[in-house]
Design a protein around this ligand. Sequence first.
Ligand code: GLN
Length: 548
Amino acid sequence: MSNTKYIFVTGGVLSSLGKGISSSSLATLLKQSGYKVNILKIDPYINIDPGTMSPLEHGEVFVTADGAETDLDIGHYERFLNTSLSKGNNFTTGQVYLSVIENERKGNYLGKTIQVVPHIVDEIKSRIKAVGKGYDFLVIELGGTVGDIEGLPFLEAMRQLKHELPNTQVLSIHVTLIPLIRAAGELKTKPTQHSVQELRRIGITPQIIIARSEKPLSKDLKKKLAMSCDVADDSVIEALDAKSIYQCPLNFLKEGILTPIARHFAIAPIKPDVSEWDMLVKKIISPKDEITIAFVGKYLHLKESYKSLTEALIHAGANIDTRVCIKWIDSEALEHTQGAELSDVDGILIPGGFGSRGIWGKILAIRYAREHKVPFLGICLGMQLSIIEFARNVLGIEKADSTEFAPDTSHPFIYLIEDFIDQCGKSQVRTIKSPMGGTMRLGEYECVLRPQSKIAAAYNHAKVVKERHRHRYEANPAYRALLEENGMQISGESKSGLIEAIELEKHPFFIGVQFHPEFTSRLQAPNPIILAFVKKILESKGATQKSR
Ligand code: GLN
């Protein structure tokens, strides 16, 4: 029998309490204590993956190295744990039902009636066990809130696992909210009591309560919570709003979360080494320097959709003791002001994006960066648009465009490749008529860097790097020579010749990348190109200040 210890994290009272950060923080503490830790996010919705959901519905779609479009919490897990996860680390109700139905069609259930119990629940358990295999701990975060209809089969799977395994192998943590009633200045425990009752009704008693609160919990209140939720007195963990999400593992440690965990699992005291983590968090909270980057995007009312990128900027900043302030600029608004907002920023960043809305504003920002020699990084759509801007304003090809916005353009600098070789060496076909789900170039690809280029220097002169993709369109190699003759270098390409990176020769830092570097950035290992960008900004800012 496997010895993996399972830690289930459920949420109560309401959503958005930071279950993802709580799960990541806990997994980080265990990993820093020398354990082998894996982590799993279960999403109770019916979509197969979040790939086709609007960012307004779901925030960012995070892409794993093996090309899965996953929940944004997987991004937090990778950033905290400094590790690459895969397809199996996130599954949805839709995926579970799909496998069961496929098995039924194949006749694998020998004519039985297929039911939620046992078939769906068994599928859930076997997926959980598969992710835990070979690890000391598996932290499982269940999306949604206890009481949701959709969550029931997962809670049942959790109950059954607890029943099947020894007590010392399954632990349940409930993350909940202790609301503050302002008029009375009082913190209220009742919603938590109800949520725990709901869990107990279905046979699960949490051993630890993580209590999110705006105000510190008094000793008495903690005692009352422990009493009413039937957990040990040391098992109510206060989780106040933190200055940085990366402070959460340190806060949990101070609150003593590892004591009841070690006791429950009957193992020796768990002692993490958090010295490096602590130092990085100090640099996030009170850094020496500060820079401001213009972030020109179109989902600005929903900053969650740029989560990995804003986190990557924090990582890069922490590593050079610098606060990276973001000036959010709505690309559509920029079209009306002709770029006035860009005059006081130290660097310009164009993130990825889809569709034609806001394109003009982004091109305007790119032109500004190019002409005023402001450090610039264009990611995915940002790279595609910097090629279009160059073609229009330097090469004078006014009609230069992407077939994404102008399907019949006479100058398709960005176009749809209908077949290409994927990262597993398989040939992929996609056309304008392909279904939306799962037809993008997704996941990790090798990128061969041009020696002596700025991007190669950023990657410490590596010849080949691996970065992750999520896009449909590509830069058209038919224009390669024209671009290069006029000063835009192709500085990175895939093994099969797709254009992966461009840079301008006569510019201190103007780089565009077809991949999403933000997906591989971690607090302890910032992404090299984003780090180089932030460093360059700090350096040029220092130089301008000196020359003033
Ligand atoms: N819309 C572009 C494409 O599909 C860019 C995508 C992106 O920026 N992630 O190619």
